[in-house]
Design a protein around this ligand. Structure first.
Ligand SMILES: Nc1nc2c(ncn2[C@@H]2O[C@H](COP(=O)(O)OP(=O)(O)O)[C@@H](O)[C@H]2O)c(=O)[nH]1
Ligand SMILES: [Mg+2]
Ligand SMILES: [Zn+2]
Length: 294
């Protein structure tokens, strides 16, 4: 008797050496691509939902690429729902300008940001203020991979989504993932591959399956990230808590900079928008205006 081929839907969790590893809900299958998928412009990537024909020994062939919701370039992953942006409260201290650029870049990619302030076990009293400031406008989780504080909240936030762990290196991304995923052994405490060898080695992104459903992507961490190219007029929209005020400014297309009759400047004066946050907005705005002049 000839065995029946089965078509199942799964998610590409890894692409390596010409093979696509597809998680079908039960197992991971090593798949090749059907010829016509090899020669199209739209390449199958990690995070893609695909239909595969299952074969023997956990093998299979990718037959169809299902529509994508989104594509992230760095790391190269499709269908990312959210990013956990990890910064440590200490060792290293958080670079808040960098955090803001991560937040803007994430929102620009239509990915929902969650801020994770890690290493709370090392934090000083004074840093509670940073946490409460961000809580006003973002979803914030405070964790320690050492004491276990906040790990339940982190686990809950990841259920059933594809989540990228972003943030600088050394903040504890891999340690957190090891703490919440039984059996996972991501390398931790490493100096970035690039620094050590002096040359850039290609990293393959991989989806890690969560016990409760959903996937996460660990990243080596970016120590820098440019402010994305936005129209200066659009910037306020990427500052939750500031953008909400802008509909009533006197000038259409107000940059909330030097214009009279600006409702945002008024809100800053009256303490409804925090001064530090507005100054961060101005710093980015000036960068964008500078780029436009060049
Ligand atoms: N005290 C403390 N150390 C941590 C915590 N999380 C991670 N670390 C340490 O921070 C260092 C960097 O962690 P790692 O997970 O490699 O950071 P990554 O580069 O963001 O993946 C390691 O030495 C970890 O043991 C934490 O919550 N508290
Ligand atoms: Mg790491
Ligand atoms: Zn204004």
């Amino acid at each position: 008797m000839i065995s029946q081929d089965h078509i199942v839907t799964g998610i590409v969790v890894k692409a390596y050496g010409g093979f696509f590893y597809v998680h079908d809900g039960l197992t991971v299958r090593e798949c090749t691509l059907r010829g016509r998928l090899r020669y199209t412009k739209k390449k199958v990537m990690v995070g893609d939902r695909v239909q595969i024909v299952t074969g023997q020994d956990n093998k299979g062939v990718v037959e169809n690429l299902l529509p994508r919701r989104s594509v992230l370039e760095r790391p190269a992953v499709a269908n990312v729902d959210q990013a956990v942006i990890v910064f440590s409260l200490c060792d290293p201290e958080p670079n808040l300008g960098l955090l803001e650029r991560f937040l803007i870049t994430t929102m620009l990619n239509k990915i929902n940001p969650i801020i994770c302030f890690n290493k709370v076990d090392l934090a000083k009293e004074s840093q509670a203020e940073i946490v409460s400031r961000y809580r006003e406008n973002y979803n914030v989780i405070v964790t320690s991979a050492v004491t276990g504080e906040g790990l339940d909240f982190l686990r809950q936030a990841l259920n059933d989504s594809i989540t990228v762990f972003a943030g600088p290196s050394g903040v504890g991304k891999s340690t957190l993932l090891n703490a919440i995923i039984p059996g996972l052994k991501q390398k931790t405490g490493e100096i970035s591959v690039r620094l050590k060898s002096g040359k850039h080695t290609t990293r393959h992104s991989e989806l890690i399956a969560l016990p409760g459903g959903g996937f996460v992507v660990d990243t080596p961490g970016f120590s820098n990230m440019d402010l994305p190219d936005l129209k200066p007029e659009a910037l306020a929209g990427f500052f939750p808590g500031i953008g909400d005020y802008q509909t009533n400014c006197y000038f259409n297309g107000c940059l909330h900079y030097k214009e009279p009759g600006c409702t945002i400047k008024k809100a800053v004066e009256e303490g409804r928008i925090e001064g530090a946050r507005y100054r961060q907005y101005l710093e980015f705005l000036e960068q964008l205006l500078d780029r436009r002049r060049r």
